[in-house]
Design a protein around this ligand. Structure first.
Ligand code: NAP
Length: 493
């Protein structure tokens, strides 16, 4: 009999998991989605200019290659359309419960099953797969006076489309990837835009290109070309971008590319100085965008770098004075280190995930957590990438979970052993030491104590290798421990 599976979230991860189950003939799953539609972050982020800075031929499922992308870096509507097409094509819709937020999941030891709670009650499942993502909860800053602002204000991931920005004064707080995409579009219509930058980012150009009818026809008729293009994009990210994040040979080249881009697009040396980061390239998420700098040089756009003191009813006050605004856009990022929060997850022995993770989230392979049997994570701790497609990681994780199902069906609930977790932690720390994220910058990759809880510190080829199949010795089954040396978990290639 197939296990019953609760999937939390209908974004790229949740859909990927459901498709894998469907293809294995397992239909005993339910996708719980708190929002009104599928798509996750691609449903939530509808700000002007929203799109992906990873080429879509790579930022899509390997098993569902799509020849109709209109350009190399398509916008949010096209990516959302792709995900909706996947949900329809694979027949997932009947098993998706929209507008249904999971508030708690508790492992019932007497039944060896999970009690999954939603506002409409509690249901039992054998397996819980979290696919909630890392960028699903907007983070509003804690600036004095925010509630007193007299105009409209909203977060970039909760864009208020009822606000017409034409001819208005817009303050954008933040200068990360979301801000870089929305500022050029807002600046085209607004009377003026003040961009409040706290920390400059490294920015490299986005070599966008339109795929016209001919290119699309070629991709459709000659699938090997599409496969080759995808493979080439993947290899480029692994061989040219990844080494920069590991402080190796391409770091200097990437830095030079970013500085050339800045010099080429911003003539004013004073503005350039304020846009030049003072930390190693790749320490924070690199912004990939060709329109951001030109937007900052427009006469109706100002880059404000004085610290914000407070929000007043009339606008944003910095140490240099008040910047009047009609609308404030908070492009201030996401609560990234809480992972499953605010879902209350309770495992064996009444252990709470939030307690287990109070020093920082961690999971074996980013997928499994000791004392939480049959709970699997997609895009869990230490599986985010700064250089390649997260869809690749999701497919590795979904495949790994599929590999676990026969074990738990035969041997009972499976739970990663603390020794295996400890060995994993050590190898992760060793690999992390080689990466550029540790020192010299703040970023959403780290928790409050500075530990990098979000990123994967090795090539993705290594991740694919170590997630190819579960090692049963790393798990205990139905409370019966098996021996495991904890070896063989090295994440270095
Ligand atoms: P973000 O990179 O976390 O940027 C948040 C911005 O808000 C930063 O500039 C930050 O300044 C600023 N900020 C936060 N609190 C502030 C405060 N109290 N006062 C002043 N400034 C404040 O968020 P994001 O731009 O939404 O991007 C998040 C991630 O989403 C990206 O890194 C990327 O992984 C993903 N994303 C991807 C794409 C894509 O094309 N693939 C597009 C958009 C987003 P500090 O830097 O000083 O903290």
């Amino acid at each position: 009999m197939s296990p019953t599976v609760a999937i939390i979230g209908a974004g790229f991860g949740g859909l990927c998991m459901a498709i894998r189950l469907e293809r294995a003939g397992i239909r005993s799953y339910t996708i719980f989605e708190k929002g009104p539609g599928v798509g996750g972050t691609w449903r939530d982020n509808t700000y002007p200019g929203a799109g992906c800075d990873i080429p879509s031929h790579l930022y899509s499922f390997s098993f569902e290659r799509y020849s109709s992308w209109s350009r190399r870096y398509p916008g949010q509507p096209e990516i959302l359309g792709y995900l909706e097409m996947c949900a329809n094509k694979y027949g997932l819709r009947p098993r998706i419960r929209l507008n249904t937020e999971v508030t708690a999941a508790t492992f019932d030891e007497s039944l060896s099953r999970w009690r999954v709670r939603t506002p409409s009650g509690e249901e039992l499942f054998d397996v819980v797969v979290s696919a909630v993502g890392q960028l699903n909860r907007p983070r509003l800053p804690d600036i004095p006076g925010m509630s007193a602002f007299a105009g409209a204000s909203f977060h970039s991931a909760r864009w208020d489309h009822s606000q017409d920005l034409t001819g208005r004064r817009v303050a954008v707080i933040g200068s990360g990837s979301s801000a870089a995409q929305l500022i050029p579009r807002v600046a085209e219509v607004a009377e003026r835009v003040d961009v409040f930058q706290r920390t400059p980012n490294w920015v490299i150009p986005k070599p966008d290109a339109v795929f016209g009818e001919t290119a699309r026809k070629v991709f459709r008729r000659l699938p090997f070309l599409q496969r080759g293009y995808r493979e080439w994009t993947y290899r480029y990210a692994e061989t040219a971008l990844y080494p920069a994040l590991a402080g190796r040979w391409s770091a200097g080249l990437l830095r030079k590319r970013a500085l050339d881009h800045l010099r080429g697009q911003v003539r004013d040396p004073e503005l350039r100085a304020r846009l030049t980061p003072g930390y190693p390239v790749g320490c924070r998420r690199i912004v990939i965008d060709s329109d951001f700098y030109p937007a900052l040089t427009r006469p109706n756009v100002d880059l404000v770098t004085e610290p914000i003191v407070r929000i007043t009813p009339a606008g944003v006050e910095t140490t240099a004075g008040l910047h009047g605004a009609d609308v404030i856009v908070y492009a201030t990022g996401f609560q990234t280190t809480g992972f499953l929060a605010p879902i209350e997850v309770t495992g064996r022995g009444g252990r709470r995930l939030s307690e287990e993770w109070k020093e920082g989230a961690e999971a074996y392979l980013g997928i499994a957590v000791p004392y939480f049997p049959n709970l699997f994570l997609l895009y869990g701790p230490n599986t985010n990438l700064g250089h390649n497609s997260i869809v690749f990681m999701l497919e590795c994780q979904a495949g790994y979970i599929m590999g676990c199902l026969p074990y738990l069906a035969r041997r009972g609930p499976m739970e990663v052993r603390p020794e295996a977790m400890e060995a994993w932690r050590r190898s992760l720390e060793r690999a992390m030491d080689t990466m550029v994220w540790g020192a010299g910058c703040t970023s959403w990759y780290k928790n409050a104590s500075g530990r990098v809880t979000n990123n994967w510190p090795a090539p993705t080829t290594v991740y694919r290798r170590i997630t190819r199949a579960p090692r049963p010795t790393a798990f205990r089954f139905a409370g019966r421990p098996v021996r495991d040396s904890g070896g063989g978990l090295s994440v270095t290639s």
